[in-house]
Ligand binder design. Sequence first.
Ligand SMILES: Cc1ncc(COP(=O)(O)O)c(C=O)c1O
Length: 373
Amino acid sequence: MKINKINFSHNSISNKDISAVSKVLKSGWLTHGKYTNLFEREFSKFVNSKFAVTVSSCTAGLHLSCLALNLKKGDEVILPAMSHTATSHAIEYTGAKPVFVDVEKISGNINVNLVEKKITKKTKALIVVHMAGFACDMNKIQKICKKYKLQLIEDCAHGLGTFFSRRHVGNFGLSGCFSFYPTKHITTGEGGMVISNNLKFINRIKQLKAFGIDTDIKNRKMPGKYDVIKLGFNYRMTDFQAALGYHQLKRFKKNLLIRKKNAKLYQKYLISKKIQFKKYDEECSYFVYQIFVKKRNELVKLLKKNNIGVSIHYAKPIPFYRFYRNKYNYRKENLENSIFYSNKSLSLPAHHQINEKKIIKICKLILKFLNEK
Ligand SMILES: Cc1ncc(COP(=O)(O)O)c(C=O)c1O
């Protein structure tokens, strides 16, 4: 069979999922309903956290986590220079200052050895990102947080199914924030989940995600009777999105195994001195399969011409986006690995619709391209 097109991502949406969404749509109860509860319960079971709360996006979850920490102008938060800008925007929204740290060259995760140098009296928290599904060294990170009394938030947008020492990511600090954007492991269109093992913290998140109202809809004695005690937001997920997420999560374990199998296949076929990649890690969830090559942009064009969907995570370190550059004027010398990462990394598809035949096709093209260079 000829392979015509290989998509970068593929959503696992079955007829059963569509029928569940359709049932919610016809039910007359479209938000904070049965599926929201089911999805939250199933999610906390999957990641083994005490609490899980649906939100409208991972960005919203990160923002709420920063708000629940009471971050404000004058505070500083340390984060990696390589991530989606959502990670730093969440800090900015509160008025606090994001303090960028360079990443490790091949993992793209925050370089823990550089964190201590950035800690000042104003530092309140650390946000880590588990890049491409590879967990950060949470032992070292927790030690630093404990030593300097910093709060820890995990950006787990790439991390569903990622473990560190057999513990699911998102459980190491005050909260873990997940994304269900369509390219992610599971999707609700837009959407996210905040997990926590701290009751007080998760209650603050719940309140802030729904206008700062004091009484949950299920606990109101009179409809419409409540008080507003905080300047909250509307960051809720709809119930039909929750239905979509719930059913995909039920199948996710099987899909995760395929991602891992695909990562092993890439390692088997992509053998060249001109390619660098991370050693296979059984605890990684392989959001994508990342490699590092010279002439990356030329290779992207070639793969695209051959109908192979790829991506770059991310083509610029956050401090060099115009908004952050104008505001903080970060110097390039301190962010060398982030610059390497943004110029050389290439994200290949690893999802459950990729198979050995497709991987061979991708690898052959890459190896031919590199041999000719
Ligand atoms: C590392 C990281 N954090 C946060 C986000 C934001 O996620 P969302 O689109 O669900 O707000 C993304 C989005 O892709 C991401 O890659």
